[in-house]
Design a protein around this ligand. Structure first.
Ligand code: HPA
Length: 275
């Protein structure tokens, strides 16, 4: 791909660009089609080694439409894995966050590219703040629904997308067949990159939220728009602002992710193995 990201054009044809990305992925990995795509968020990285045998790993920057990482030194990768049961899994280790200030079409490009590779299932993982004191750092939570407080959508124009059952009951059942104790909660996406105020967290709770985060709702909408079945899983990395009274830090979020890795990595690998 050229240095110019084709998604930069205001009238970018996002579907054609996703198709170009899928063609790049097929060419660079040598795998024509994928069945399942997985985006790995904070704490979930270990899963990639456990899902199956890695067939290819490519820098995301080689694929049309993927953005250069915001922070120098960390290039995200796309990994093609084959599970013991022969399913082809595309692991997306490169996420563009809404808080980077780019248009939403950049944020959801990886999801659209995943759909264009042939994937039918999109697994979205993240690290999130927990509004529920009982779900302390290290608790994995299945997303049952979301509230999108970004004020944005990946869709444009008169396209009215049904989100009634956005987070698949079938896939949550598969996850709970692996771990029956997995709780379910409503994910509230804030724009970030600042953490919420305690008042915003109280508001999120009043309107029905259990978790606060900065990534997954927009991606899930794009996944549904692309015809993908969605599983969302959060790792509670911290109690949300005001639920805990000490200040929040990114360091704390990363450390909680690392501490939980050895538990949630195998969990996610088993869930994907059962799909
Ligand atoms: N708020 C928003 N996003 C997050 C949090 C939080 O408390 N923890 C991890 N990601």
């Amino acid at each position: 791909m050229s240095n110019e990201n084709p998604l930069g054009a205001p009238d970018a044809d996002v579907i054609a660009i996703a198709a170009d990305a899928a063609a790049d992925i097929a060419r660079l990995t040598g795998v024509e089609r994928h069945d399942i795509a997985v985006t790995l968020g904070s704490g979930w990285g270990k899963a990639a080694d456990l899902i199956g045998e890695t067939v290819a790993e490519i820098p995301a920057t080689e694929v049309t439409g993927f953005s250069r990482p915001a922070a120098e030194g960390h290039v995200g990768t796309l990994r093609s894995i084959v599970t013991p049961r022969g399913k082809r899994v595309l692991v997306i280790g490169a996420r563009t966050h809404y808080y980077e200030g780019k248009a939403v079409r950049f944020v959801v490009h990886s999801v659209r590219a995943a759909a264009a590779t042939g994937a039918k299932i999109m697994v979205l993982t993240n690290g999130a703040g927990s509004i529920r004191p009982a779900w302390g750092p290290g608790t994995p939570v299945l997303i049952s629904d979301h509230i999108n407080l970004t004020g944005s959508s990946p869709a444009q124009g008169a396209k009215f997308i049904d989100l009634t059952d956005l987070y698949s009951r079938r896939l949550r059942d598969i996850a709970q067949s692996i771990d029956p104790s997995l709780p379910e909660g409503v994910y509230v996406q804030f724009p970030g990159p600042h953490y919420e105020t305690p008042a915003e967290v109280r508001y999120a709770k009043i309107i029905g939220g259990d978790l606060v985060g900065m990534s997954t709702a927009l991606e899930a909408i794009a996944a549904r728009q692309s015809g993908l079945e969605v599983l969302g899983i959060s790792l509670a990395t911290n109690l949300a602002a005001g639920v805990k009274t000490t200040p929040l830090s990114h360091q704390e979020v990363l450390e909680a992710g690392r501490a939980a890795e050895s538990v949630i990595g195998p969990l996610l690998a088993r869930i994907i193995g059962a799909m």
